[in-house]
Every structure is written in C-alpha cells, then in structure tokens.
Design a protein around this ligand. Sequence first.
Ligand SMILES: NC(=O)c1ccc[n+]([C@@H]2O[C@H](COP(=O)([O-])OP(=O)(O)OC[C@H]3O[C@@H](n4cnc5c(N)ncnc54)[C@H](OP(=O)(O)O)[C@@H]3O)[C@@H](O)[C@H]2O)c1
Length: 301
Amino acid sequence: MPKKILIQLDCDPQPSTFDAVVAVDAGTDVLLRHGGVTVENVVSLVHGGMFTRGGADLASTAIFIGGSDVAVAEAVAARVRSTFFGPVRLGVLVDPSGANTTAAAAVVAAGRHVPLVPDAAAVCRAVVLGGTGPVGQRVARLLAGKGAHVAIASRSWERAEHVVRGIVEATGLPAARFEAIEHHGAYRAESAFARVIAAADVIVAAGAAGATLLDTAGRRAAVTARVLIDLNAVPPAGIEGLAAGDKARTDGGAVVYGAVGVGGTKMKIHRAAIGRIFTANDAFLDAEDLLAIGERLEAAG
Ligand SMILES: NC(=O)c1ccc[n+]([C@@H]2O[C@H](COP(=O)([O-])OP(=O)(O)OC[C@H]3O[C@@H](n4cnc5c(N)ncnc54)[C@H](OP(=O)(O)O)[C@@H]3O)[C@@H](O)[C@H]2O)c1
C-alpha cells in the first residue's frame, strides 16, 4: 500500500496549520503544503499528483483546497476539477475557511431536533443570521437543499437578495424556498425580521466574530424556535444568552448550540472527509457531500 500523500493547496500565503494538523490526525502519511495557490499556478501542482502513481495507487494521493478567501479557493477548486480527465484524477476536499465543514455540522445539529425534510404536515422554517458570509451561505444552501424554507438575513437587503440569487443559480433550488431579510442586530417589532423570527423552527447565527445578531428581545420573539445555533465563538455571542460551549442545552422551549458545541461534529466530518478522498479518486467533496458524510456519521452514532 503506497503512502497516503495529501497535497494541501492553500490560497493564503501561509498554508493553514489547522488544516495541516487535521490532515495528519486523519491518517495522512505525507503532507505537501503549498501556500499562495492561484488559478494561474495550480495546474502544475495538480499534474505532479496525477502523473506519478497509476491505477489503484492513484487513490493514495489526494488534494485539500483551503484558504481564507472562499471565492478564490472555489475558483482554484474549479480549475483543479477541470485539470482531471478520464480516470486520471485525485480525490479532492474543498473546505476554505472551514466553511463547508462548519455549515455541514450546523445542519447536522439542527437535524437532530427538527425534521428538515418537509412532510405532509409541515415545512421547516429557518432563519440564517449573517447569511451572506461563506458559512451562512452554505448553511442556507444546505438547509434549503433538505427542503426547508430559509430566510437569509443581512444588514443589507440587497446583499441578502444577491446571495439568494447566487444560490438559486448555482443549485437550481426553487427561489420560493428563500427569502431575503434586512436586519441590523437590534430586534424591532413589526419588521420583516420580526415576522420570520416569530415563525422560525431553526435559527442559525453565522455572523462575523463578535457580532450580536439576535438580542434578548429577538430571542423572546422566537416563540416557535426549537433549535438555536450560534457559530460565533468570539464574545459577545451572536445570539444573546448562548455560550460557545453549549451543546444541545435546553433553554426554554429550544435546544441551543454554541460554536464549540458544533465544533466536535465539524472535526469528525473533516477527518472522515480526508479518509474518503483517500479511498475514492473520483471524490470531489463540497458542502453537500460533507453534509451527507455528517448525516452518515450521525446515523452510525
Ligand atoms: N465553529 C467553527 O469551527 C467555525 C469555523 C468557521 C467559522 N466559524 C464562525 O462562523 C461565523 C461565520 O463565519 P464567516 O467566515 O462566514 O463570517 P464573516 O464572513 O466574517 O461574516 C458573516 C457575515 O456577518 C455580517 N457581519 C460582518 N460584520 C458584522 C458586524 N460588525 N455586525 C453585524 N454583522 C456583521 C456580514 O453580513 P452583512 O454585511 O451582509 O450583514 C457577513 O457577511 C464566524 O463567527 C466564524 O468565526 C466557526
């Protein structure tokens, strides 16, 4: 069995130490770390992995794509994908800024407490605060992909609407499954935000570190919410009253999670995904695939 080689392609000048440590913990034997990766310079790095091992041994070389600029990393990922041909391809995991694994973990956590797939009786109603960021966009996309109705909240209605259009174009999901909402942090009764909060089953705060997006008044108004998830680990909390370490803590009528409480599931998904790209050289793991991995891990207990 050849050694498992992971080619870490990071769009930041210095490749992420976090991603490197997870790669090693997930069973990588040899890690080749590259920083400053761009659409222009990535092809030769990929060719080096494609043309060295043949047949079944090819699956022992895989690629991780990361970096803090998610748009740049996604362009690099598209370039990597188009570099492969026929059976000459490598397993790929795309997780810039941890956005895909974090969003998948949040949706797995929500699904523990609320049916996300609609049935004859009800459609899950979700609100994603800070829904224009890399993590929030993916949470919204994954929830809607399960069949939920998703309100994407932003300080700018235009930005939220732009994100809705982008997700609909990229995924083909029905536009009716989304709603763009303007919200500035402080809860105001008789606003569009108040309407979606009052009907929400699931609320996920994916705002920037240290930004409070649901205050105490907003929480009181969330009378139907069964699960609240705050992905911000930097004080003050994204959802007032939640702590980073909350993990399925019952709080009133809801179950609540903080960033650290979701982090364990995120790490499990990340490690399992590394394992997967070393077993299937045609695997190209994006947010939806990572959610599927998370759901399988959840079902297996
Ligand atoms: N638990 C984990 O393992 C993990 C991993 C990755 C990320 N995270 C956390 O997940 C959260 C989302 O990450 P991200 O990278 O998607 O975040 P981000 O891009 O920094 O911010 C998300 C959105 O927050 C809004 N925002 C920015 N500054 C704000 C401010 N001062 N006040 C109110 N809203 C503000 C922006 O939306 P608008 O401008 O449209 O309002 C922005 O699009 C962060 O808190 C991050 O630390 C956790």
